[in-house]
Design a protein around this ligand. Structure first.
Ligand SMILES: [Zn+2]
Ligand SMILES: [Zn+2]
Length: 262
């Protein structure tokens, strides 16, 4: 039983890493380009372990950046109450993700190949069924069901409730922004860097969420590792292209409207 819970917790942690590095930083904000192999591994794992097609999550998240903490924000604790977003954050996300107009307006430049259209989007809940069957096959019925529940609760509570709720209510701010975003904790190991939410709202194009010397972003550690072996490129830090600043110090990177749908 203990092994099943530990494995499920690690699986849930990796789901949030995939959400952060692939769907959030790479697709929603174009902060980096992932090589097709890690990109598809993460895309598959998000579908398999959370039932989340990339376009839906990206569209809802982009809308959050456009309307942060004002009318139209899909999951603002300021509008709906912290306890509701913390415990029911997934359902607020889901409610918005099911609106065709949101997908239409904010879902540009997301994966749209055959497998996305015919498997991940068309059969969005199939991944969760397969994960349940795998959990039962590997751990047995009882521990398998517990492992499944741990993974589902882990991701929905941490990714949806913790970041979208606490990240706009409790913590410290490095930057003055017009929204309520907060850095929940400086050592971002639970949610793969998403804990540094105020840094992210100030610099949405940045692939690196840690900004102060005492902050550590596990998602950025993975991105640097992938870049070191040629699996990540076109990386931005704040609004500048990483390692692409001219000898004269000029930055050639185009400033990008972080909320624009490309
Ligand atoms: Zn936010
Ligand atoms: Zn974002």
């Amino acid at each position: 039983m203990l092994l099943a819970i530990v494995v499920a917790a690690i699986g849930g942690w990796f789901s949030i890493m995939c959400l952060s590095v692939f769907a959030h930083r790479s697709i929603a904000h174009r902060a980096l380009t992932l090589h097709p192999i890690p990109a598809h591994v993460m895309r598959f794992w998000l579908w398999f372990s959370t039932g989340t097609p990339t376009r839906r999550w990206v569209a809802v998240h982009r809308k959050h950046h456009v309307y942060t903490d004002s009318e139209g924000d899909p999951h603002s604790p300021l509008l709906f109450g912290l306890h509701r977003i913390f415990f029911l954050g997934y359902w607020y996300y889901r409610r918005e993700a099911m609106k065709p107009e949101t997908i239409e307006k904010y879902g540009a430049n997301c994966p749209n190949d055959w497998i996305e259209r015919n498997v991940y989007e068309k059969h969005d809940n199939l991944g969760l069924v397969l994960m349940l069957l795998l959990d039962i096959a590997v751990f047995g019925v009882g521990p398998g069901l517990v492992a499944y529940a741990v993974q589902i609760i882990w991701v929905s509570l941490w990714a949806a409730g913790f970041i979208n709720g606490i990240g706009h209510a409790v913590g410290y701010r490095n930057w003055t922004t017009t929204d309520t975003s907060r850095n929940i904790m400086p050592i971002a190991i639970i949610c793969s860097g998403e804990e540094l939410h105020n840094n992210h709202h100030r610099w949405p194009r940045s692939a690196k969420f840690s900004m102060k010397w005492f902050e550590f972003d596990t998602g950025w550690a993975l991105i640097r590792s992938l870049a070191a072996v040629g699996l990540a490129s076109d990386i931005y830090v704040k609004n500048k292209r990483w390692k692409a600043i001219d000898a004269d110090g000029a930055d050639d990177a185009e400033p990008v409207d972080p909320t624009a749908t490309p």
